[in-house]
Structure formats: C-alpha cells, structure tokens
Design a protein around this ligand. Sequence first.
Ligand SMILES: [Cu+2]
Length: 150
Amino acid sequence: MRIFSTITAILFTSTTLFSLNVDAKNHEVKLLTADGSGQTMVMSPGFLKVEKGDTVTFVPSDVTHNVESMSIPDSAKPFSSEMGKSFTVTFSEEGVYLYKCTPHFALGMLGVIQAGNANNLEKVKSDWTKESTGVVMNKERVEQYLSQIK
Ligand SMILES: [Cu+2]
C-alpha cells in the first residue's frame, strides 16, 4: 500500500504545481535609451500590473541599462541585474515594487510593478519621497506610475 500512497502523493504534488503555473503569465518591460516619442531613459511600460506568480522579463535596448529593486514588499527578494542583459523576475509576493536602472536613476529611469494587492503602497510612497531627492529629471513619471495603482 505504501507504494500506492507514494504515487498518489507524487501525482497530487505534480498536479498542484502544474495548476499553479497554468495561469502564470510572462510580461515584458523594455529598458529604452529612447522610446521614439521623445522620452529618453525610460522603462516601457513604466507601470505594469501583474498577478501574483507572474514573471516579468526586462529587456535592455543596449548595454547601458539594468534593473535594481528599490522599495519592495517585506517578504520579497531584492533583485539586481547585469548591465545590458535580459533578466526575468518572478513576482511571487504580492505588493508594489519600485525599481530603477542603476546608472540612470538620476534621470528618472524608474519603473513600478504591482503584483496583486498593493498592500505596501504607503511604504513605497514614503520610500520614494526619500529617494526622489536624488532624481533630477522626470520625477513626475514615478508619481504618474504610482497614481495608476488601484
Ligand atoms: Cu538605463
């Protein structure tokens, strides 16, 4: 009987894992030097709403861009990518993620991702208020991204 319960357990586990992954989507954010409509050093899209468990692949237009997390949910893992390399993050913790391109932070190259419920929105807003003193251009982008969170 033991072998049958083991098999049942394995089948149950793989079915559960499969059903968790079935709905997960991959999204793409481009890290652009110029977006063709007059914006420079910009994430496209700058604000993205995903579901818990989805993945986002960040694709730099050239070697000068990367992504680095700034303010994220408490239980989430910070991320930081290599310059010029595509990088995929799994958003397994719900909340708001504020991130930047490390070398273009001062130029306002930041982005916001909402995964599921925005339970840490107030914390992200207060972190942004502190960090925004280091941004000299396009600060309003972040305000505009944060204003889209529902
Ligand atoms: Cu950049």
